[in-house]
Design a protein around this ligand. Structure first.
Ligand SMILES: Cc1ncc(COP(=O)(O)O)c(C=O)c1O
Length: 461
């Protein structure tokens, strides 16, 4: 699949203000006929932006994510939001932590309020080693680590240093929407490899590499979320991991392992990180966003030496340095609290919420199908033929329940038969209510579909 895909898909969505987003530019428009026709129609409703002819091609590829577009509607208090991936922070020891941070900002103020190193604070780079050890990564030194502004920034940095326009990144289908946004902005061709309940299918990975190479393309890396995938909820089986690495090595394709959820397995089980099996061909990303709190915007990258040096340069060019204050706040937390116990508490809470969603789906939507995840935040729901998750969205919002339509996780309009349901933020009662409301909407849609034949066009793959 190339970048020439979701021209109006996301643009036709709701903006943060809930209005229909019609902003579009005509240059660098992908060349498929259907796309040209859409562009011609949309160009009639061009925004009044006086700079619209001046943007770089990469800006033209940037799209509002469906999740962000939903944000303002979904966060209304009367709407049950099963849409966002926000961690539930109530168990954070805010008061005690704030007192310690206040003291740290005075005692170490000359560092905390100052510029820092582009590679990140050495104390935090040391701290993350104990976290990675929980997933089998034990050979890393602080010097191998680069701190980034969240994993989102890490995905941006690695794509920035590895990919030229037209290069190929292979990713799991469906895709993490934030990574898609980065890949699009760097004009990368995203090729989807297939997944099943055991995660990425090695044969599909290899077939895709071969097909791209024989088409003369450069395959730069595999982007994978092996644990509790966002949005698919699946985990790459332990057996498949060495096979995926073997294939990557065979074709000299780098593996970018994005692992924000690995410690959030409901039964406490962790899986060996791909990086723990291969230090030379894997770039490992992890984040404090889901295990502590996203507000600090702190994540980390472990990369082989050559790539690590480039990442530091890219960090410097992009942000000069990650914020000392955020990094020292995270270290203050790790040094003074029982963070392992806190993560264990989160695991119990998220399990309870996942169970509540699973039970409500069985009760209210037994005609849908899904895999119950073993950890993380998301259920990837398959809805019946004839329903279209994107077209149904306004009716769901009216019924005061929000989800993310499957189309947000593809670049080519696929995903109409799926939706992502998050169980991380609402309470179990709210989850049950949300699913009940969703069932009301779907039942009505199905009745309409039965009365008038199928609803609208469905092009799920
Ligand atoms: C798979 C994946 N990668 C990266 C991120 C971004 O995380 P961060 O808050 O560290 O930027 C998310 C956030 O939802 C995610 O699900």
């Amino acid at each position: 699949m190339s970048e020439s895909n979701n021209v109006s898909e996301l643009q036709g969505g709701l903006t943060a203000s809930g209005a229909v987003n019609t902003e579009i530019s005509e240059h660098h428009r992908p060349d498929s006929k259907a796309t040209e026709q859409r562009a011609a129609t949309e160009s009639k409703v061009i925004s009044s932006d006086p700079w619209y002819d001046s943007y770089a091609a990469r800006a033209d590829n940037m799209r509002a994510s469906e999740i962000r577009a939903l944000f303002s509607v979904a966060s209304r208090p009367d709407v049950v939001s099963l849409a966002g991936g926000m961690p539930y922070l109530e168990y954070m020891p805010f008061r005690e932590l704030s007192e310690l941070i206040g003291k740290m900002l005075v005692d170490k103020g000359d560092v905390a309020w100052q510029y820092g190193s582009a590679q990140g604070d050495p104390h935090l780079r040391e701290d993350v080693l104990q976290i990675m050890a929980l997933e089998g990564i034990k050979d890393v030194q602080p010097d191998d680590v680069v701190i980034s502004n969240g994993s989102q920034n890490a995905i941006d940095l690695i794509t920035r240093i590895m990919c030229d326009p037209g290069d190929v990144v292979i990713a799991e289908e469906p895709n993490y929407v934030g990574a898609l946004g980065v890949f699009q902005s760097f004009q990368v061709d995203v090729v989807n490899a297939q997944t099943d309940e055991d995660g990425l299918i090695p044969e599909s990975f290899e077939e895709n590499i071969k097909a791209q190479l024989s088409a003369g393309k450069k395959v730069k890396f595999l982007y994978t979320v092996p644990n509790f995938h966002n949005p698919a909820g699946v985990t790459m089986s332990v057996e498949r991991r060495p096979r995926i690495l073997e294939i990557a090595r065979k074709y000299h394709v780098l593996v970018v392992e994005d692992n924000p959820y690995g410690l959030l397995g409901f039964d406490g089980q962790t899986y060996p990180a791909l990086r723990s099996m291969d230090a030379e061909n894997v770039v490992y990303l992890s984040s404090f966003s889901k295990i502590i709190a996203p507000g600090m915007r702190i994540a980390w990258i472990v990369a082989p030496p050559g790539i690590r040096k480039k990442l530091v340069l890219a960090n410097e060019a992009s942000i000069l340095c990650p914020p000392n204050m955020s990094q020292m706040t995270i270290s203050t937390y790790l040094d003074n609290f029982d963070w392992k116990q806190q993560i264990a508490q989160y695991r119990v809470m998220y399990k309870e919420r996942c169970d509540a969603m699973d039970a409500a789906l069985h009760e209210y939507l037994p005609y849908c199908s899904w895999n119950k995840p073993k950890g993380g935040f998301y259920i990837w729901l398959k809805i019946p033929e004839g329903l279209n998750s994107k077209e149904m969205m306004p009716r769901a919002i009216t019924a005061k329940v929000a989800y993310v339509a499957g189309t947000g996780f593809y670049l080519d309009g696929s995903g109409t038969h799926h939706m992502r349901l998050s169980f991380c933020y609402p309470t179990p009662d709210q989850i049950a209510l949300g699913i009940q409301r969703l069932a009301g909407v779907m039942n009505n849609e199905l009745k309409t579909a039965e009365l008038f034949g199928t609803t609208k066009s469905v092009s799920d793959r």
